[in-house]
Design a binder for this molecule. Structure first.
Ligand SMILES: Nc1ncnc2c1ncn2[C@@H]1O[C@H](COP(=O)(O)OP(=O)(O)O)[C@@H](O)[C@H]1O
Ligand SMILES: [Mg+2]
Length: 223
């Protein structure tokens, strides 16, 4: 028997602002697979990622993670799934301003009940891997955009998620910083073996993915 896909969306629909942004959308992602998600602004890419992350619920269709239906409208169960299995890199980083960098990175582990000292030690190790070793006691406001992006990436990976969702992770960065960030994502994903679903307009980023899918008229097509 073959393993079920890690992530499977079947005939998913989401209606927003009086229109179907997504409709009849199918997607299947295997463990460790890397998929670039392309599409014009407003085509529904963030909507799709938010559905997968359980931050929003579909109006139609089903989302399965590891063969289990992602609970819609069940905040606790979907929060638990997000906490354990997903890492999310937002376009605007969303670091917590009053927490140190190490505390920010440690959040997913602390939410899982990992002992505080262990969580902070692992956060420091991850910060070192993203080139911010010894900076754990600093605050987000002391960092450049590129540095904040690396902290956000460390936070998305610290709990070894099986699926990393990245929503235009280089959207706020200059080309050189964006290129470094993408290399970092590529390296970290390869090292952790996580699957990746990444919204990006960068051909470079799309290049290290196994597949490219374009969102148009509510559904995904190859290419
Ligand atoms: N909460 C909302 N209420 C109404 N319309 C929304 C909402 N969120 C997104 N939309 C609309 O859904 C469409 C897709 O948005 P989005 O998923 O953010 O696109 P993308 O990320 O591809 O740029 C857009 O037309 C947007 O205006
Ligand atoms: Mg978007």
């Amino acid at each position: 028997m073959t393993a079920p896909p890690l992530l499977e969306l079947a005939q998913v629909g989401r209606r927003l602002g009086g229109r179907w942004v997504l409709r009849g959308l199918d997607l299947s992602l295997r463990a460790g697979e890397r998929v670039a998600l392309l599409g014009e602004s407003g085509s529904g890419k963030s909507t799709l990622l938010n559905l997968v992350a359980g931050l929003d619920a579909p109006d139609e269709g089903r989302i399965r993670f590891d063969g289990q239906i992602l609970p819609a409208g069940n905040a606790d169960a979907s929060a638990a799934l997000r906490r354990d299995a997903l890492g999310f890199v937002f376009q605007a980083f969303h670091l917590i301003a009053h927490l140190t960098l190490a505390q920010n990175v440690a959040v997913p582990l602390l939410l899982q009940g990992c002992p505080r000292a262990d969580a902070l030690a692992r956060a420091d190790a991850l910060l070192a891997r993203v080139g911010l070793g010894g900076r754990g006691a600093g605050l987000p406001r002391e960092l450049s955009g590129g540095e904040q992006q690396r902290v956000a990436l460390a936070r998305a990976l610290v709990h070894r998620p099986r699926l990393v969702l990245a929503d235009e992770p280089t959207g706020n960065l200059d080309p050189a910083t964006a290129a470094r960030a993408l290399r970092l994502i590529e390296d970290e994903i390869a090292a952790s073996g996580a699957a990746l679903l990444m919204v990006t307009h960068s051909t470079q980023a799309a290049g290290f993915c196994d597949r490219r899918l374009t969102l148009h008229d509510g559904i995904l097509r190859p290419g």
